[in-house]
Design a protein around this ligand. Structure first.
Ligand SMILES: Cc1cc2nc3c(=O)[nH]c(=O)nc-3n(C[C@H](O)[C@H](O)[C@H](O)COP(=O)(O)O)c2cc1C
Length: 307
């Protein structure tokens, strides 16, 4: 059997497939459908210092091959997460990555410090939520990114994954995160999009724009990951439109160490475990023992010996 494991900073994941923030809750619903221990890891919904109710409905809007969302960071807050959700998540049998969002760099650091407890394997800094009025894209600025990562680095010994928006100076922001001690770059969050209800002539979302995800964004995210994997030395985790194992493989060939499945979980709740199986079969059928030959091969002229 091939060794599917990947190393991200100080963590060894059993395979490179995680589920993305905001699309898997805290795992309980999906645990009724399959055993989450088959995954490389689970990333939580964004956690904030205080509970948040999120944006008014509608919050989801389907587009051809994509999904616009304007959830607005609904979550129970860090205290309730630690008390009620984390103990259940520890029983999932896979790595637990907590996604956090702060209004200021200091809030991110406080969250990182409070979440530095047994059972949390890494912290993903959501530097890019596009769905909060007047707030959001701190990660599109290298200086903003640097400040958040610097303060969090001082606040916790846990691995820090900097999750960037796909817009702005992403390569410079990624280098800034690396320079301040981030252990991985998660790329990327949703693209800002818009839908207008033609009966009323008004944007469908109260917050006007929403974040576009799903297969529609895959080529855009893939291009970004290809460039990022050259721009930084720390691992890049590919996110965007992954709905099948072939998509995941493209991201790994572009240079990603791991991938996250987001909207793919809504298309098929079994998407993530199917992806693990597909990747395993791919390596086994080609007699490859690990990811080394495949990861980043698009930068090196492809799979050695492939016609
Ligand atoms: C309904 C929904 C909620 C999301 N909530 C979060 C969140 O809380 N924090 C975050 O960093 N990303 C959040 N995202 C972004 C996803 O984690 C992911 O980066 C994005 O959807 C692109 O991947 P995909 O095309 O596979 O969905 C959310 C996405 C969706 C669709």
């Amino acid at each position: 059997m091939p060794d599917l494991s990947v190393r991200i900073g100080s963590l060894t994941l059993k395979n490179p497939v995680l589920v993305a923030s905001g699309t898997f809750g805290f795992g309980a619903d999906y645990a009724r459908l399959y055993d989450p221990s088959r995954l490389g890891g689970v990333v939580t919904k964004a956690i904030t210092l205080e509970p948040r109710r999120g944006n008014p409905p509608p919050r989801l809007w389907e587009t051809p091959c994509g999904l616009l969302n304007s959830i607005g960071l609904e979550n129970p807050g860090v205290e309730a997460f630690l008390r009620e959700e984390l103990p259940r998540m520890r029983a999932l049998g896979t790595a637990v990555v907590v996604n956090v969002w702060g209004e200021t760099p200091e809030e991110y650091a406080e969250l990182a410090q409070r979440l530095s407890v047994p059972g949390v394997d890494a912290i993903e800094l959501n530097l890019s939520c596009p769905n909060v009025p007047g707030k959001g894209l701190i990660g599109s600025s290298p200086a903003g990114t640097a400040r958040v990562v610097r303060l969090c680095r001082r606040a916790t010994g846990l691995d820090l994954w900097a999750k960037l928006p796909p817009e702005g100076d992403v390569l410079a922001a990624a280098r800034a995160a690396e320079g301040e001690g981030a252990t991985a770059i998660s790329a990327a969050n949703t693209f800002r999009g818009l839908a207008i209800d033609i009966r009323t002539g008004r944007p469908v979302f109260a917050n006007v724009t929403g974040g576009l995800s799903g297969p529609a964004i895959k080529p855009l995210a893939l291009r970004l990951v290809y460039e990022l994997s050259r721009a930084v030395r720390i691992p890049v985790i590919g996110i965007g439109g992954i709905a099948g194992w072939e998509d995941a493989l493209e991201f790994i060939m572009a240079g990603a160490h791991a991938v996250q499945v987001g909207t793919g979980n809504f298309i098929d709740p079994l998407c993530a475990p199917k992806l693990v199986r597909g990747l395993e079969k791919f390596l086994a059928e080609r007699g490859m023992e690990s990811w080394e030959e495949v990861r980043g091969c698009a930068h090196r002229g492809g799979i050695p010996g492939a016609a």
